[in-house]
Write a protein that binds this ligand. Structure first.
Ligand SMILES: [Zn+2]
Length: 326
């Protein structure tokens, strides 16, 4: 599926295809939750479609399209992060190299997508370099990443880089309203950093409201209007990993605000005012210690001895970042 804000990129990609200028390796980079992977998949399907329609998108009906949709196309591979280790492992890249070295089955192209390519570990990255250095004919590799700065420079230098920007607020709102007219997207979108797919996810999961509710409690806590024990009692049945994740995002944002009055990107732009109300009162060294503490807490969050104590510990440490602790 291709989104309306990607029309220009689609046109470029299909022009490159028809003039046979498409690079062997392509890096699709840009912010998260704007549909880069969906674009890449739509394009991979288009590569082997035998009867593209007049909009120059895949027909969805030919044999190649059907195999692609069923994820059984023999000339297509998808590499994802191993969720257990949160990395792309060397074994996956080795298998990919082997796949690339074999001849094509039915398609015009061999097409491979490495999603979240920046999560390749160093061995995996080095293994990929070999294939990038000697690309087999009629094979195309796509690297999709929202942290392209973390990729090895040697990998990036072998890729054609395609930058996918955030859609404009109007484009995002138009699309969201088409999906569901009854939702107040104007209020939700800023909290998702103007990323339409994240706004949709926050709405569908209800996490947008829950998250804001959590930050409201933290705001009250930091302004001495609420007690640790009361908040921990309220949160004791929540998933700890989620809470630590929110707290980490909050802490990272506060560090950003500390260094720059108007940081360009915040993970939680919708609580900017609350964060700024704290900037002048925070002891930077304690803030960094809190960050370290959160990393430690994250490790133990899957198996805490006592959930309520765990949350209290986190909240007390949060209060301690203030210059004059309460
Ligand atoms: Zn087709």
């Amino acid at each position: 599926m291709m989104y309306p804000w990607q029309a220009e990129q689609w046109q470029q990609f299909t022009q490159y295809l028809s003039s046979q200028r498409l690079a062997h390796a392509n890096l699709i980079s840009g912010p998260a939750a704007i549909g880069k992977l969906e674009f890449c998949l739509a394009y991979m399907q288009r590569l082997n479609c035998t009867q593209p329609n007049k909009e120059n998108t895949a027909c969805g009906e030919c044999n190649d399209c059907r195999l692609f949709s069923a994820r059984t196309h023999p000339d297509v591979r998808m590499i994802n992060v191993d969720e257990e280790v949160e990395q792309i492992k060397i074994d996956d890249i080795r298998e990919l190299n082997k796949f690339m070295s074999l001849s094509r089955h039915i398609g015009t192209y061999k097409a491979v997508c490495i999603n979240q390519a920046d999560l390749m570990n160093i061995n995996a990255s080095n293994a990929l370099l070999k294939t990038l250095e000697e690309p087999p004919a009629n094979s195309i590799i796509f690297l999709v990443s929202h942290h392209a700065e973390s990729l090895l420079a040697t990998i990036k230098s072998r890729c054609q880089i395609w930058k996918f920007p955030l859609p404009s607020v109007k484009q995002a709102l138009d699309w969201l309203q088409q999906q569901d007219k009854s939702v107040d997207w104007k209020s939700l979108l800023p909290g998702a950093g103007n990323r339409p797919l994240l706004a949709m996810e926050l709405y569908e999961t209800g996490l947008g409201e829950e998250r804001l509710d959590y930050y409201r409690d933290i705001h009250q806590l930091m302004h001495c209007k609420e007690k640790v024990t009361k908040i921990s009692a309220k949160l004791q049945n929540e998933e700890l990993q989620k809470l630590v994740g929110w707290q980490q995002a909050w802490c990272a944002d506060l560090i950003r605000c500390h260094y720059k009055k108007e940081p360009v990107t915040l993970e939680n732009p919708d609580i900017r005012r609350s964060l700024h109300s704290l900037v002048g009162r925070v002891d930077l060294q304690s803030l960094y210690s809190f960050w370290d503490k959160l990393i430690e807490l994250r490790r133990f969050s899957s198996a805490p001895l006592n959930k309520r104590l765990f949350i209290e510990d986190m909240l007390v440490r949060c209060q301690e970042i203030l210059e004059q602790p309460v």
